[in-house]
Design a protein around this ligand. Structure first.
Ligand code: NOJ
Ligand code: CA
Length: 552
C-alpha cells in the first residue's frame, strides 16, 4: 500500500461534554478544548476527533443533530470552533469532526415540518410508512420498535436508534444532495476530515418483512435487515465522489456489520473510506454490542486471535483505526484487565499491546491516565439511553435488578463519558458547577496530576507516542506488515511487524507468572513497558504484566 499522511497520525478522541468546562456551567465546551491544547501537545498526539458539537437536544448527547450548520450553544459558537481549528493547526494538531447522517434529531427543522404538515416537502427526507399498525417487528438499537407513530395520522416513522433520532431516507436523491452540500461546507472550513457515524445503517431492506422474533419483547434486531444491505455501495460511492474525493481529508468510518470479505469495497484502493473501526474484539465480553445481558467468558488467547484475524483482514485490503476505548465502550482497563484494572504495569502493557498494531492508533480521553469504570448504585444515575434500555431489557429477559445493575455498570457507555479528571479537586477539577454527569469515584487517585510524574501511565503513553513518532523505528512501526507469532501461554498476546530493514517482535504478558520465551530470533530490546524484562541468547523473560518490543 502506498504511504499516506494519515497513516502516521495519532488520534485523540474528545467527548466535548466531558473534556473541559471553560465557563463552569457543568458542561464541557470548545473554549475548554482550546485551553487544553498544550496538554494534548505535551502528550504528543497529532489529530483530534471531536464527537458531535452541533445544535442538538442532546437526547443521545449530540448524535441527534437539529442543525447541521451550527454549534450547540452549550459548547460555544461557530467562532469558538474556528478559533479552536486555527489554534490547533498552530500547534500542529489537525481536527476531524463527527458526521452523523444516518439520522437527525426529531427537532431538526425538516422533521418538525413533517410533523406539522401532512404534505411537507420533507416527508420523503425520512423513512415514513402509512398504515394502521407498525410495518415490521424490528427492534431499534436502543430498544423498542424501530417504528414510532406520527401523532394524529396513520403513519409511522423509522428510527434505527432512539425515538428522537428519525432515520434519513437515503433513497431520496434530493436528501443526498443536501447532505453532500453540508459535508463540503464543513470540509471547506479547514477541518481535516470526518469520523462517520453508523454509516452502514443508511441502506435498509426495502421489502420491509417481519423477522423471526429474538427476544421476550417479540421483536427482532434491526441489524438483520436494516444494516449494510445490498445496494449500499451506490450511496457510499456517490458520497465519496461528491464530497471526500474533492478534498485533502481523511475519513474513518464506523461501519458495523461489514464482513472481512467486504473490506475491499470499504477501505481498498478507491474504497468508500480511508479507514474503518473493527468492533469484533471490542465486544468479546458480551454476546453482542446491543445485548449486554448475555456475558461471555474469554481468554487472552481468544483476544489475540480476534485481534490478529482483524489485523490480517484489514491489512489485506487497506488500513485500520486501532482503539481499545471510545465513547460507546466501557473503560478498557476494567474490561480487558478486570481485577488488575488499577495495576499500572498491566495498564501500560494493554496500552502498548494495541498501540503497536498496524494501523492508526486512537486514544480516548482519559485512557492515557488509566481511568477505570465507575460503580453506580442505582439506574437513575445513568444518562446513556442504551444503559437505561439494557437495564430494563435485562430484567425482562430474566435477570434480577441487582444482576441487571451489575451488567450495566460493566458495559455502560457512561463509564467513558464521565467528566475528565484533571485533578484531585472537587469534580476532578473539571468544573466548579455540578457536572452534567457524575464523575468516576476514582478521580482523587486517577487524574491528570500524573503529568510530569515519572513512571505514571500518562508519562508512559507520552513515551510510547514519542517512540512511534520520532524514534528510529517509525517506518517499521507505522508501515511494516503485521503477522502472527506462536503463543507460549493462554495469557499472552504476540505479533511481529516486518519492516524493510528490521523485524520487530512484540510480546505482552497478561498473566501473573514470569513468562519464558525460548528460541526467539531477538537480538535487542528496543522498548519495554517496565524495567525487568530480559533477553539473553534469544531467550526472553517477561515478568507478569509486562510487554516488550525486540528486534532481530
Ligand atoms: C454510534 C455512536 O458512536 C453512538 O454514540 C450513537 O449513539 C449511535 N451511533 C447513534 O448515532
Ligand atoms: Ca461549559
Amino acid at each position: 500500500m502506498e504511504k499516506i499522511w494519515w497513516q502516521g497520525e495519532i488520534v485523540y478522541q474528545i467527548y466535548p461534554k466531558s473534556f473541559s468546562d471553560s465557563n463552569h456551567d457543568g458542561i464541557g465546551d470548545l473554549k475548554g478544548i482550546t485551553s487544553k491544547l498544550d496538554y494534548l501537545n505535551d502528550l504528543g498526539i497529532t489529530m483530534l476527533w471531536i464527537c458531535p458539537i452541533y445544535p442538538s437536544p442532546m437526547d443521545d448527547n449530540g448524535y441527534d443533530i437539529s442543525d447541521y450548520f451550527g454549534v450547540a450553544p452549550e459548547f460555544g459558537t461557530l467562532q469558538d470552533l474556528e478559533e479552536l481549528i486555527e489554534e490547533a493547526i498552530k500547534s500542529g494538531i489537525k481536527i476531524i469532526l463527527d458526521l452523523v447522517v444516518n439520522h437527525t434529531s426529531d427537532e431538526h427543522n425538516w422533521f418538525k415540518d413533517v410533523l406539522a404538515n401532512p404534505n411537507s416537502k420533507y416527508k420523503d427526507y425520512y423513512v415514513i410508512k402509512e398504515g394502521k399498525t407498525k410495518p415490521t417487528n424490528w427492534r431499534s438499537v436502543f430498544g423498542g420498535s424501530v417504528w414510532e407513530k406520527i401523532p394524529g395520522r396513520e403513519e409511522y416513522y423509522f428510527h434505527s436508534f432512539g425515538k428522537k433520532q428519525p432515520d434519513l431516507n437515503w433513497e431520496n436523491p434530493e436528501l443526498r444532495q443536501e447532505i453532500y452540500k453540508m459535508v463540503n461546507w464543513w470540509l471547506d472550513k479547514g477541518i481535516s476530515g470526518f469520523r462517520i457515524d453508523a454509516i452502514t445503517f443508511i441502506k435498509k431492506d426495502l421489502a420491509w418483512k417481519n423477522l423471526p422474533v429474538d427476544g421476550v419483547d417479540g421483536l427482532s434486531k434491526v441489524t438483520k435487515s436494516g444494516r449494510n444491505m445490498p445496494g449500499i455501495d451506490v450511496f457510499l460511492k456517490e458520497l465519496q465522489r461528491e464530497t471526500f474525493s474533492k478534498h485533502h481529508c481523511v475519513t474513518v468510518a464506523e461501519a458495523p456489520g461489514v464482513g472481512y470479505d467486504e473490506l475491499g469495497q470499504f477501505i481498498g484502493e478507491d474504497g468508500f473510506f480511508d479507514m474503518i473501526f473493527d468492533f469484533k474484539y471490542a465486544d468479546l465480553d458480551v454476546k453482542s454490542g446491543s445485548e449486554w445481558f448475555v456475558r461471555l467468558p474469554w481468554t487472552y488467547r481468544e483476544l489475540n486471535d480476534k485481534i490478529m484475524d482483524s489485523q490480517e483482514a484489514i491489512q489485506r485490503y487497506g488500513w485500520g483505526a486501532n482503539f481499545i476505548e471510545n465513547h460507546d465502550q466501557p473503560r478498557a482497563t476494567t474490561k480487558y484487565l478486570q481485577k488488575k484494572a488499577r495495576n499500572s504495569d498491566a495498564v501500560k502493557t494493554l496500552g502498548a499491546m494495541y498501540f503497536f498494531l498496524k494501523g492508526t492508533p486512537f486514544i480516548y480521553q482519559g485512557q492515557e491516565l488509566g481511568v477505570i469504570n465507575f460503580e453506580r448504585e442505582t439506574v437513575s444515575d445513568f444518562n446513556d439511553l442504551s444503559s437505561i434500555d439494557q437495564y430494563q431489557r435485562s430484567i425482562n429477559e430474566g435477570l434480577t435488578p441487582e444482576e441487571a445493575l451489575h451488567i450495566v455498570n460493566l458495559r455502560s457507555r457512561d463509564n467513558s463519558r464521565t467528566p475528565f479528571p484533571w485533578s484531585a479537586e472537587e469534580n476532578g477539577g473539571f468544573s466548579t458547577a455540578t457536572p452534567w454527569l457524575k464523575v468516576t469515584e476514582s478521580y482523587t487517585e486517577i487524574n491528570a496530576a500524573q503529568v510530569g510524574v515519572e513512571g505514571s501511565i500518562y508519562e508512559f503513553y507520552k513515551e510510547m507516542i514519542d517512540f512511534r513518532q520520532h524514534g528510529k523505528y517509525f517506518e517499521t512501526l507505522v508501515y511494516g506488515d503485521i503477522a502472527r507469532l506462536p503463543l507460549e501461554s493462554d495469557e499472552m498476546i504476540a505479533y511481529k511487524r516486518i519492516g524493510q530493514t528490521e523485524t520487530i517482535y512484540a510480546y505482552f504478558n497478561f498473566g501473573n507468572e514470569v513468562l519464558n520465551l525460548p528460541n526467539s530470533r531477538a537480538k535487542e530490546i528496543i522498548f519495554e513497558t517496565a524495567k525487568g524484562t530480559k533477553l539473553e541468547n534469544g531467550q526472553i523473560q517477561l515478568p507478569a504484566n509486562t510487554g516488550i518490543l525486540v528486534k532481530s
